[in-house]
Write a protein that binds this ligand. Structure first.
Ligand code: 5GP
Ligand code: ZN
Length: 111
């Protein structure tokens, strides 16, 4: 399987890591949309959050727990967490990943 984020987990492609546990990895997005833009991913491959939620709900919880922890560490007064799902949902990398975005005021609705 040719998966960019699996390659990052394996260390075959470098990433600017910010946190890691047994099951999850967090690294800075290569094209940040805000002062803080971190991707938090399960180390095991799941195509999207729907599949992850069925296969490993505890890991899904761990992604959000880490997002909140990183937001606190970075002193964010608010933040947005996003899973894009499918092409029409804006997903471009088909390994489930939680975007943690913050450090500026967010707009609503998103585009
Ligand atoms: P999606 O569009 O699938 O929700 O999000 C994919 C994210 O991965 C994008 O925000 C994009 O900037 C980021 N991304 C794509 N390739 C790389 C990469 O090689 N390294 C890192 N750190 N982020 C990447
Ligand atoms: Zn993968």
């Amino acid at each position: 399987m040719n998966c960019l984020f699996c390659a990052i987990v394996a260390g075959d492609i470098p990433a600017d890591k910010v946190a890691e546990s047994q099951n999850v990895l967090a690294f800075n997005d290569i094209n940040p949309q805000a002062p803080v833009h971190i991707l938090i991913i399960p180390k095991s491959h799941h195509e999207n959050v729907g599949e992850l939620s069925v296969a490993d709900p505890n890991c899904l919880t761990e992604l959000f727990t880490l997002a909140n922890q990183l937001a606190l560490e970075k002193g964010l007064t608010g933040y947005r967490t996003v899973f894009n799902t499918g092409v029409d949902g804006g997903q471009t990398v088909f390994h489930a990943h939680l975007h943690l975005i913050g450090g500026r005021a967010m707009h609503w609705p998103p585009g």
